[in-house]
Ligand binder design. Structure first.
Ligand SMILES: Nc1ncnc2c1ncn2[C@@H]1O[C@H](COP(=O)(O)OP(=O)(O)O)[C@@H](O)[C@H]1O
Ligand SMILES: [Mg+2]
Length: 300
């Protein structure tokens, strides 16, 4: 029994993901045959007709590319004509910077945004098909405020607030860029989305920290499952990147995406200019990788 089998979480989910993916693929092939067109491009261009896809982008490590992946993946999906909502749950607002020069809700309090009648008024269409709930200062107060209000109301589960708030929204896909910590806001995000996308950088700690993270996600959230592990900072000329990618795949199987995000100066430059890779270097290999990633995660 290998490490992922012992830990249970990812191993179980990998099989689940496989069967869902196989079913979805089968369905799309059938549609395609009925439509009389069997080109692969045509298959991958079909829009999912199922329920809204929801993901929290999470890793307990900072600097692994959570925000970069949230922004560029959201952009790639919107270019595929999906109606995308991306949510910045890091009050520092790095994700927000990608899409807005001025954040109009930066100074809002929690109750000015996290309330059923005000929420939608704070969502901004920042690009075609791409909507953003920007970061705002009230997020700093989320953990404390939630804890106190629930103490007084006698409720003992604090993790449904975001779900109750967001479940009425209608998008093809919602992506939440989370903080690198299991705080109450993150637990709320995971309760809502159920699935996680986990970027990992190509270093020797990646494998061990993924096994630990898998166990924690399962133990702390109960509902959360790692949907995909996304290799980031991949450098095809180094053996380290190659070895680590191989190890990840042999441990976590199809939970590791086929799309691998290369280490590219272009991505750093785009971040520096607060632009997505598609806006600055649409032909760069990183842009190609994000398009591939978008195709993969459209099937849940
Ligand atoms: N594949 C990559 N190639 C080059 N730079 C990257 C790549 N992925 C992320 N970066 C850079 O690494 C830094 C940290 O990424 P970020 O997405 O902010 O990490 P996190 O959100 O996990 O803290 C940013 O400056 C970003 O531009
Ligand atoms: Mg970040």
């Amino acid at each position: 029994m290998n490490a992922s089998q012992e830990k249970g979480g990812i191993f179980f989910f990998t099989n689940l993901a496989d069967s869902h993916q196989a079913f979805n693929f089968y369905l799309k092939v059938c549609i395609c045959i009925l439509a009389g067109d069997c080109s692969i491009t045509r298959i991958s261009n079909l829009q999912p007709t199922g329920p809204m896809l929801k993901y929290t982008v999470f890793n307990e490590k900072g600097g692994v590319g959570k925000t970069t992946i949230s922004a560029n993946l959201a952009a790639a999906l919107s270019l595929r004509k999906m109606k995308v909502l991306v949510i910045d749950f890091d009050p520092k607002g790095n994700l927000t910077n990608y899409f807005l020069e001025e954040n109009p809700i930066k100074h809002k309090r929690l109750e000015d945004v996290f309330s059923p009648d005000k929420l939608e008024g704070n969502i901004i269409e920042v690009r075609k098909n791409l909507h953003l709930l920007p970061a705002f200062n009230g997020l700093y107060a989320f953990d404390k405020t939630t804890y106190l209000s629930h103490q007084f109301s006698g409720m003992d589960d604090y993790t449904y607030i975001v779900e109750n708030l967001l479940q009425r929204l209608r998008f093809d896909i919602i992506i939440i860029d989370a903080l690198p910590t299991f705080n109450l806001l993150t637990l709320n995000a995971i309760q809502f989305t159920k699935y996680l996308l986990v970027p990992v950088s190509m270093n020797y700690w990646a494998l061990r920290s993924m096994i630990e993270l898998d166990a924690k996600v399962f133990n702390l959230t109960r509902v959360g499952r790692i949907f995909k592990i996304i290799p980031n900072f991949h450098d095809k000329v180094t053996t380290v990147s190659r070895d680590i990618l191989e190890e990840l795949r042999s441990t976590f199987f199809t939970a590791v995406t086929q799309a691998v995000i290369p280490r590219r100066i272009a991505l750093e430059k785009a971040t520096g200019a607060s632009k997505t890779i598609f806006e600055m270097f649409p032909n760069d290999s990183a842009a190609v990788a994000f398009k591939k990633l978008a195709r993969e995660i459209m099937i849940q």
